[in-house]
Structures are given as structure tokens and as C-alpha cells.
Design a protein around this ligand. Structure first.
Ligand SMILES: Cc1cc2nc3c(=O)[nH]c(=O)nc-3n(C[C@H](O)[C@H](O)[C@H](O)COP(=O)(O)O)c2cc1C
Length: 169
């Protein structure tokens, strides 16, 4: 698929079928995330793969009961790892670069899922501590995004956007 066609076709999709995601497709998504740029190439983030149904339910609860998370066969949780980059770049990296690293990696994964005709949606509304508990990590990591991934059970229309004339200065 052409890159610009992919950009046009990507949607936030919040309804999943029960069809599992093939291992090959999952690997392709993770490889895509791993190709994302990062500050100093330090990749100051971690990805948690969640497939266990009970954990998916805990994630959904942690995310203000966004139940569609538990309908997906898997979710990827992107966490910033401040310690990984702050050794080299100090405070700016602890408060910014690691968040950007995790964010870009999740964006790559979101696009890769779309390229494979899979559905996903960026979930950012959640309680940090409850997400940490759901994936079993301590407070050295900061959850940045949950990305449930599966086969689409809906085809949402494109969401509106600001006009470029209002956005570009
Ligand atoms: C930082 C961020 C946080 C988001 N959090 C949520 C969320 O918690 N739940 C949700 O359903 N969608 C969430 N979204 C998805 C947006 O609602 C969606 O991207 C937006 O409505 C535009 O739709 P589109 O992605 O289909 O173009 C989030 C997106 C971003 C980038």
C-alpha cells in the first residue's frame, strides 16, 4: 500500500472481532515500532504485550472502563523509561525525550497495524498506577499509550481535521 494511501486509510477503530492476530503480523508491528526514531537512538521506552484476558480487563478498567480494550485479542502498552535516556541527556530527556520516544514508537505500531488491515486505537485516558499494576511494572516506567490491536468489527468514517490554513503558520 502506498504510504499516503495508508495515512488516509488509518482510523481509530474501537470494535474488534474475536479473530486472533497472526504471530507474523504481530512481529511486523513490533519490528515497525522498533524502527522508530528516538533521541540519541537510546530507545528510552518499553513495550508490554498483553494477551491474557484478565490483564486486558484490568487495562480496560484502568482506562476509565474503555471496554473495547478487553475485546481486542491483544494490547501493546508503551511505557517511557526515563532512566534509559537521562544518563546521557539529563532532565530534558527524563521529562520529554523518553515520552517522545514511546509516542513515536506507538505511532509506528498504529500505522503498521493499519498497513496490515488490522484495527487499533491509541488509548491515552487511563490511570497510570492502575495500568502499571495491570502490566506488573513499578513507577520507574511511565505508561504513555495503550494500543489494542485486532481485526476490525467496524469501519469508522474519517474523523474531521482542522484546515491546513488554520494549522500551519
Ligand atoms: C494522545 C491520544 C490519546 C487518545 N486517547 C484516546 C482514548 O483514551 N480513547 C479513545 O477511544 N481514543 C483515544 N484517542 C484516539 C482519538 O480519539 C482519535 O485519534 C481522534 O478522534 C481522531 O480520529 P482518527 O484517529 O480516527 O483520525 C487518543 C489519541 C491520542 C493521539
Amino acid at each position: 500500500m502506498d504510504f499516503f494511501e495508508l495515512i488516509q486509510r488509518r482510523r481509530s477503530t474501537r470494535l474488534f472481532t474475536s479473530q486472533p492476530v497472526e504471530e507474523q503480523k504481530l512481529q511486523a508491528i513490533l519490528e515497525a515500532a522498533n524502527r522508530a526514531p528516538s533521541a540519541g537512538n537510546l530507545q528510552a521506552y518499553e513495550i508490554y504485550l498483553v494477551t491474557d484476558l484478565a490483564r486486558l480487563h484490568h487495562l480496560a478498567e484502568a482506562a476509565l472502563d474503555q471496554d473495547f480494550i478487553a475485546q481486542a485479542p491483544l494490547a501493546l502498552v508503551f511505557c517511557a523509561n526515563p532512566a534509559r535516556s537521562s544518563k546521557k541527556y539529563g532532565r530534558r530527556s527524563a521529562s520529554l525525550y523518553c515520552l517522545q520516544d514511546a509516542t513515536i514508537a506507538c505511532a509506528f505500531a498504529h500505522l503498521a497495524a493499519a498497513a496490515l488491515d488490522l484495527a487499533s486505537v491509541w488509548v491515552g485516558a487511563f490511570d497510570d498506577d492502575r495500568v502499571r499494576r495491570a502490566i506488573g511494572v513499578g513507577d520507574s516506567l511511565l505508561p504513555v499509550a495503550i494500543l489494542p490491536v485486532g481485526y476490525p468489527g467496524e469501519k469508522p468514517p474519517p474523523a474531521s481535521r482542522r484546515s491546513l490554513s488554520g494549522l500551519v503558520h
